[in-house]
Design a protein around this ligand. Structure first.
Ligand code: GDP
Ligand code: IMO
Ligand code: MG
Length: 427
């Protein structure tokens, strides 16, 4: 019963889509367990490029069943347009399963996300504006709308009423907005019911039965460890648990079933939105990483903030996720630097600190302590095995592995499926 979790070890955009797609051909199910269409996962197959937001990247592998788990928040209009976009490109999406317990991102939650960010002004989180936070807030407040509610008009109406009761007060009295009519929301949501019906399933049962039958299940995280609501750089985080435990709650699979946890790790660091980022660069090196790495958000089109590799964060990701492996991505982007700085520790108010400080104040004050590693100039994008890499690139990977605390089992040397060096098998 091999169940694997694949998740971001940094602040998202590590290359999870590519890694999931690579495994998609060998697994039976790929499951999203948290987040929603705040994610932007890029998959490059031959000359075709796909940007997936809500659908698991396994949808591009014909033998694989894609699953949207109970922990995901679903914007039905985004889901349907993503499905039709793939259908137009000849991708069969008919196997998709959606948990009836997944929560729905309603149009009023998109509105609340946008107005509350505007209200925060300088203190804003820099959310993707997709309604993610307000939808999870409704879930925890027990006024959320679930996929299964679309199939009981009376319950749906009561729930929308309950949710809008307080929100309309807030929108009209506090944010100076117009109230939202219950009937309008109910009508819009009911309009999705028939189209979604063929996909809705008891995904907890399906996945557990699959594991009993020795099927291979891959859980694909959205976002990354440092964006986790509990373990990330709160409050500059997303509103769900991308860390490994989230796969259990977000899919209804017990922790004893998880056999491997793979952390996707970029060979440098990026972040989108606000919040602390110790190795962030504001110079031409940062600009070069952005340009060479194509570091522009897949969901919002915002430029990503770029910086050197941070081993403190990688160690932390190993710990909070119980990582068994790393998949190091974008090593090719670092080609051409004579020396590559790697952050091995922080200096905080004159002290050297080796582990991620639990105090936000300390983290805000953290200055990177760099070790310089020798670079390489050879093109590595055609490398097929570790020994094909120049000696300095090999040494860079080995140094990162040693500092990060888990074996690097695969290395990305380009965006394509085949631009990967597999060192240890994941299955
Ligand atoms: P995700 O959100 O973790 O799936 O990552 P994104 O798709 O948002 O961003 C990763 C970007 O890097 C995408 O444009 C990928 O096509 C690209 N990518 C992934 N792996 C590699 C790699 O090894 N080398 C290069 N050059 N690009 C990569
Ligand atoms: P993938 O899956 C990078 C960031 C946003 C913002 C914060 C909260 O592609 O790695 P939200 O809309 O979730 O409430 O925004 O989280 N964020 C991401 N950053 N990659 C992502 O997803 C992200 N999803 C959310 O930029 O800082
Ligand atoms: Mg992304």
């Amino acid at each position: 019963m091999p169940a694997l979790v694949l998740l971001g070890a940094q602040w998202g955009d590590e290359g999870k889509g590519k890694a999931t797609d690579l495994l998609g051909g060998s697994v039976d199910y790929v499951v999203r367990y948290q987040g929603g269409n705040n994610a932007g996962h890029t998959v490059v197959v031959g000359d075709q490029k796909y940007a997936l937001h809500l659908l698991p990247s396994g949808i591009l592998s014909p033998g694989c069943t894609p699953v949207i788990g109970n922990g995901v928040v679903v914007d039905p209009s985004v889901l349907l347009s993503e499905l039709s976009g793939l259908n137009e490109r000849g991708v069969d999406t008919s196997k998709l399963l959606i948990s009836g317990n997944a929560h729905i991102i309603t149009s009023y939650n998109v509105t609340v996300d946008k107005v509350s960010e505007r209200f925060l002004g300088k203190r804003k989180i820099g959310t993707t504006g997709r309604g993610i936070g307000p939808t999870y807030a409704d879930k925890i407040n027990r006024v959320g709308i679930r996929v299964q509610d679309l199939y009981d008009e009376s319950i749906l109406t009561q729930k929308v009423e309950a949710a809008l009761d307080v929100k309309n007060q807030m929108l009209t009295k506090f944010y100076n907005r117009r109230a939202i009519a219950v009937e309008q929301v109910v009508e819009e949501l009911l309009g999705y019911a028939d189209e979604l019906a063929p996909y809705v399933a008891d995904t907890v049962l399906v996945l557990n039965q699959a594991l009993e039958q020795d099927k291979v299940v891959l859980f694909e995280g959205g976002q990354g460890t440092l964006l986790d609501i509990d373990h990330g750089t709160y409050p500059f985080v997303t509103s769900s648990n991308p860390t490994a435990g989230g796969a259990c709650t977000g899919a209804g699979v017990g922790p004893t079933k998880i056999s491997r946890v793979i952390g996707i790790l970029k060979a440098y660091t990026t972040r989108v939105g606000a919040g602390p980022f110790p190795t962030e660069l504001f110079d031409e090196d940062g600009e070069a990483l952005r340009r060479i790495g194509g570091e522009r958000g897949v969901t919002t089109g915002r430029d990503r903030r770029c910086g050197w590799f941070d081993a403190v964060i990688a160690r932390y990701a190993t710990r909070v996720n119980g990582l068994t492996d790393f998949f190091l991505t974008k090593l090719d982007v670092l080609t051409g630097w004579e020396q590559i700085p790697v952050c091995v520790a922080y200096e905080i108010d004159g002290r050297r600190v080796e582990e991620l400080p639990y105090s936000q104040t300390d983290f805000h004050h953290a200055k990177p302590v760099y070790e310089m590693l020798p670079g390489w100039s050879e093109d590595i994008s055609k490398a097929k095995s570790f020994s094909d890499l120049p000696k300095n690139a090999q040494a860079y990977v080995k140094a990162l592995e040693e500092m990060s605390g888990a074996p690097i089992s695969a290395i990305g040397v380009g965006p394509g499926r085949d631009e990967t060096i597999q060192i240890n098998s994941f299955l």
